[in-house]
Design a protein. Structure first.
Length: 286
């Protein structure tokens, strides 16, 4: 006999989501939310495992958010495989999957956008100016729809995590944000849904990104000029086979302001670089 597949509750309408959440709330059950765009990998499953430790109920949202992609970006080719995602989430013990259609999230006449500054300045914004407004808007909606006690985000998208924390603080949103350490392949490459785009050759070069961040962190800690070391790291990536480097930067870990070693605050090194048509980002603590 073939083992029966575990089924999972998938909700596509806000009304139904709210009814289920209200039933759980009525029983004083706590709720954790893991927002995703699907194409789930071990990194997402680690977020789910952490979520299950934090609350009685775990909700995972799957929504490829059109508002955080520019017209020339990869919205159309972004990997989607709902059946595989649902099987993984059922196995991981998720209570509910929130998977609205775009018209449910953004019905006709939708005309609001959250504007984020502070941690959203520079880095990703210099190259994807539309991005954090789209992320903040959808996350604000997800927080309002699900009303979780806690939401979990990967440190892989470190600037995103800082921007979400800032928005929750600034708008007094009643939930806690928890960052979860990046899951990596054995060779250091951070897990990402976009790794699926890499050719065999590009995949071999990709771990050089994390290695470059490690070298930069060590060199900064040893006390070199930050501007020079950033430029050196960038040249190193090109020499390793990356086709273009958007940025390699050392920043304050919380505010993402330029890093000042004299201030003795926590630092973070962050980078974005291209391998052919694929843009990879990564970061690590100083
Ligand atoms: O990190 C992501 O997958 C997305 O930016 C998020 C947070 C789910 C918002 O669409």
């Amino acid at each position: 006999m073939t083992p029966k597949k575990k089924s999972i509750k998938v909700v596509r309408k806000t009304r139904e989501l709210r009814q289920q959440v209200a039933r759980w709330r009525g029983r004083r059950e706590t709720i954790a939310l893991v927002p995703t765009m699907g194409a789930l990998h071990e990194g997402h499953l680690k977020l789910v495992a952490e979520a299950r430790k934090k609350a009685k109920r775990t909700i995972v949202s799957i929504f490829v958010n059109p508002r955080q992609f520019a017209p020339h970006e990869d919205f159309d080719r972004y990997p989607r495989d709902e059946e595989a995602d649902l099987a993984k989430l059922a196995k991981a013990g998720v209570d509910l999957v929130w998977s609205p259609a775009a018209a449910e999230m953004y019905p006709a006449g939708f005309a609001t956008r959250i504007e984020v500054e502070g941690a959203a300045r520079e880095l990703e914004t210099d190259f994807r100016p539309h991005f954090f407004g789209g992320v903040a808007t959808v996350c604000c909606k997800l927080f309002s729809q699900v009303a979780p006690d806690v939401a979990l985000f990967g440190e892989k998208d470190y600037q995103q995590l800082c921007v979400i924390r800032q928005m929750v603080r600034d708008l007094d949103l009643p939930l806690t944000i928890k960052g979860v350490a990046t899951v990596r392949e054995k060779d250091g490459l951070a897990l990402s849904s976009r790794n699926a785009y890499l050719s065999e050759e590009e995949r071999k070069i990709a771990p050089a990104l994390y290695a470059a961040l490690g070298k930069l962190a060590a060199d900064v800690n040893a006390g070199g000029s930050i501007t020079m070391l950033q430029a050196e790291a960038s040249m190193g990536l090109l020499a390793a086979g990356f086709s273009k480097v958007d940025y390699v930067e050392v920043r304050e870990a919380e505010t993402l302001a330029p890093y000042d070693p004299a201030a003795k605050r926590k630092g973070r090194v962050l980078a974005a670089a291209w391998l052919g048509r694929t843009r990879l980002i990564d970061n690590r603590a100083l």
